[in-house]
Design a protein around this ligand. Sequence first.
Ligand SMILES: *Cc1c(COP(=O)(O)O)cnc(C)c1O
Length: 305
Amino acid sequence: MKVPIDSLNLPLFEDAGVGLDLLRLDQIHPRISGNKWYKLKYALAEINASDCRRVLSFGGAWSNHIHALAWAARDSGLEAIAVIRGERPNDLSDTLMDAERWGMRLHFVSRQQYRDKYASSFLRQLRDHYGEFHLLPEGGSGSRVVEGCREIYQSIPSRQYDLIACACGTGGTLAGLIAACQGGERLVGVSALKGGGFLNSDIRRLLSEAGCDDPGGWEVRLDDHEGGYARISQALAVSLWQFHQQTGIELEPVYTGKVYLSLQRMLQAGELSRGSRVLMLHTGGLQGLRGMRAALQKHLNGVVY
Ligand SMILES: *Cc1c(COP(=O)(O)O)cnc(C)c1O
């Protein structure tokens, strides 16, 4: 698939002689956000070819994965069920409203139950209630993810980059890049979560399960999570706002905003050399931005530019 690339002419990067381009995975599909299209592709193909037409997965109220799965399942005529973290609120999030409108069944559970979501007794309970289903792990991180995400790398038209950067939640997207790139470019993942050290071993496991070599040449930056998953720091809010002012392109604070902030910090720390070319993945997630605007605004109040 052809994916558009934008050259960003950001003063900060231009002054340092660093070229920054953006791979617009957010633009590949009108509904299925960015990397989730690749992550779901082979898992859904497998389910489509099977006799059981029901798929169940897990996520939070603003999950990009649940949103993408709801549309993709509807598109292929599959029945989809989402186990959602937390009690059902009076007002559903925009994400879950979309999902329900697209025919997904929502199954709310307590946070305690959600932590134990893969317990066999809980899964048996779900199967008793809904019937047999295919289980897609949280974040869509199944065995076919590396195969799908390899195609992200293959969509990059030329081998002209020194560094490619993306966000990490489960690490599936970065694992796909590593599998396809095989040491060609330096790959940097930015953990969207606090305590993301597990990503290193999870990525190695994903690669080995997919039968791919780990050529090295990649790293996960663990300290640009800004307080944890879905947390917003003022630095992050300001960085997103400036990026939008300067490029007209929106990022969101959970994943892509942290990648941009991390690249800014690398630049300021002298870790990106003059003359180098950087490609940042816009992995989408803008549907989730609907739930973050008020919090972002709060951080921007009182900021003087
Ligand atoms: C899910 C998601 C990611 C993280 O992808 P992983 O493969 O889980 O590491 C990054 N960016 C966005 C916008 C996402 O929705």
